[in-house]
Design a protein around this ligand. Structure first.
Ligand code: ZN
Length: 256
């Protein structure tokens, strides 16, 4: 009952963070400030007033069109807002009011931003990765020195492993197989998940990438792989189910 209440409260905050994530998704790839200028219609230049800026609700009230010139507003805006709202509500409902719920909500929100940006631009902005790394390390302090060390070792593992994979890939194929954004991203992932979560994320990301990307792009050579998309999906799965997956794997190994 109590968790449901905090779930609803967190969901309302999530809608607002979703609105902010939309600003990040549009502006970070083109190096624009997140604060100024205020949002305006790209066609007629009218500022978006507060009543047209209410997450999800305004888009439906305006039927997806600018109030002044009627230009279409992408359905992706309310979709991202709704998704982040659901992420925050679900995290606080499931984990209850506490640091784990906050970690999960922040982590998956950042992963969503990374996934969308990498899919669109083949780019993972530092604000998500370095910013997320700092947040992950700060949140780990809730677990005392032990929690911080776990996060620190996780971040170092993620960074080091991907750096090695990038180096080995370049040696083997003679070209960049992995971007610097992926390396920094895995440092951030490690801060939230620890070193076991890093291994699970890399394995899961490679598996998802192979199952989804390769069949879609058979016969098309030299396509860039937005590996961050698959790493982001795997990292979110690892946050929620990582403990259960590792437990199952250890029992599986012991039973062999
Ligand atoms: Zn307009």
């Amino acid at each position: 009952m109590f968790d449901a209440f905090w779930g609803v409260v967190a969901g309302v905050f999530g809608l607002m963070f979703g609105s902010f994530l939309n600003v990040c998704i549009v502006r970070l790839p083109i190096d624009e400030s997140l604060i100024r200028p205020r949002s305006k219609c790209p066609k007629c230049g009218h500022m978006v007033g507060w009543r047209d800026n209410i997450p999800v609700f305004s888009w439906f009230a305006l039927r997806g069109k600018c109030r002044h010139c009627g230009e279409s507003i992408s359905w992706q805006y309310p979709l991202v807002e709704a998704l982040v709202g659901v992420i925050w509500a679900a995290s606080f409902w499931y984990y209850g009011l506490g640091v784990t719920a906050a970690s999960g909500a922040i982590f998956v929100t950042i992963l969503l931003g990374i996934g969308i940006t990498d899919a669109r631009h083949y780019l993972i902005p530092d604000e998500y990765t370095w910013g997320g790394l700092v947040m992950g390390l700060l949140l780990s302090l809730a677990g005392g020195l032990g929690g911080f060390l776990m996060a620190f070792v996780g971040a170092a593992t993620g960074f080091g492993l991907l750096l090695f994979v990038a180096w080995a890939g370049k040696k083997a194929f003679g070209k960049e197989a992995m971007g610097g954004g992926d390396i920094k991203m895995m440092a951030m992932v490690g801060a939230f998940l620890g070193w076991k979560g890093v291994l699970l994320t890399i394995f899961g990301g490679a598996l998802l990438g192979t199952l989804i990307f390769i069949p879609l792009n058979l016969g098309k050579r030299d396509r860039l792989v937005p590996f961050g998309v698959f790493l982001a999906a795997a990292a979110a799965i690892a946050f929620v189910f990582g403990g259960a997956i590792v437990d199952w794997y250890v029992r599986y190994l012991n039973g062999m």
